[in-house]
Design a protein around this ligand. Sequence first.
Ligand SMILES: Cc1cc2nc3c(=O)[nH]c(=O)nc-3n(C[C@H](O)[C@H](O)[C@H](O)COP(=O)(O)OP(=O)(O)OC[C@H]3O[C@@H](n4cnc5c(N)ncnc54)[C@H](O)[C@@H]3O)c2cc1C
Length: 282
Amino acid sequence: MSASLCGAGGAATVASYRCRVVEHRWVNRRYKYLRLEADAPLAAITRPGQFYQLRCPVTDEAQPFLLRPMSVYGAGPEDGRLEFLYNVAGVGTRALAGLPAGGSMDIVGPLGNTFALDPAFRRILVVARGVGLATMAPLVRQAAGAGVAITALMSARSRADLMEREFLRGAAAQVHGVFDEDGSSAVAAVEGLLRRLLAGQRPDAVYTCGSHRLLMLLQRVLADYPQVRGEVAMEQRMACGMGVCLSCVRLFERGGDKQFLRVCREGPVFPIRDVTQEVEFG
Ligand SMILES: Cc1cc2nc3c(=O)[nH]c(=O)nc-3n(C[C@H](O)[C@H](O)[C@H](O)COP(=O)(O)OP(=O)(O)OC[C@H]3O[C@@H](n4cnc5c(N)ncnc54)[C@H](O)[C@@H]3O)c2cc1C
């Protein structure tokens, strides 16, 4: 199956591809790393922030009907690899976790838009929690490759859950870890740290993904830094992932106008300032 979709960001080819499962292993007690290879040159057309819909296998426990959206964690045009890093959360991802290396799986994509990174930026600040780090890891690599300095504010339940190595993948960054276990991830503490970083380092842009609480905090703090660009990759429950079913629509505010937009199609990356307080559908 193959279809060509033309969106605001230009033409993109979306198709269903059968991939080889080259590597599939646990990273820690909750996250798995999945490496696929396709015959088509997918890695070359996949951009940071984009995602694929993964078909999870049928098991004795489950028959996942809907495909599961997963951000691209890495793409290697030189060897055709597509990488994913996912939290084993529910029925679909539990079924996915049992897929052996050497098997095959179907994916649909690449889907969605991409982060806007200007290579002329001097420094960026990335704020990540949970699965957000899988989504932003390619952005970090892109920034490092362009010589843009990186500050990472990483939030996690505990030090053991931080996954700093998996996030940076060798990129140099100034890392600030904040944790639930010692209270340093509390909103007031993170706000203080954010304000110090924004005032002291004057990043050109802030990017986030993975926590609604951090998103709302950033939106509030960035109101005091109008010169700093802000983008968020939204994680929203979705079905088709291609803009047809409208299940991932949510309300945004653009230039004073309220607009319903599809997270899968107009997003998943949006300006932080456009996101409304509405929490989630469904
Ligand atoms: C654009 C995008 C990128 C994502 N990237 C990643 C990633 O890189 N790594 C990662 O671990 N997770 C990612 N997620 C979340 C991931 O899609 C869900 O964790 C996964 O679909 C859960 O499926 P499940 O069957 O295990 O859970 P269940 O709770 O059993 O799922 C039931 C249904 O709800 C949907 N659903 C449940 N949780 C979510 C969620 N948080 N977001 C969207 N749909 C959900 C499922 O797709 C499924 O249709 C992403 C979500 C989106 C929208």
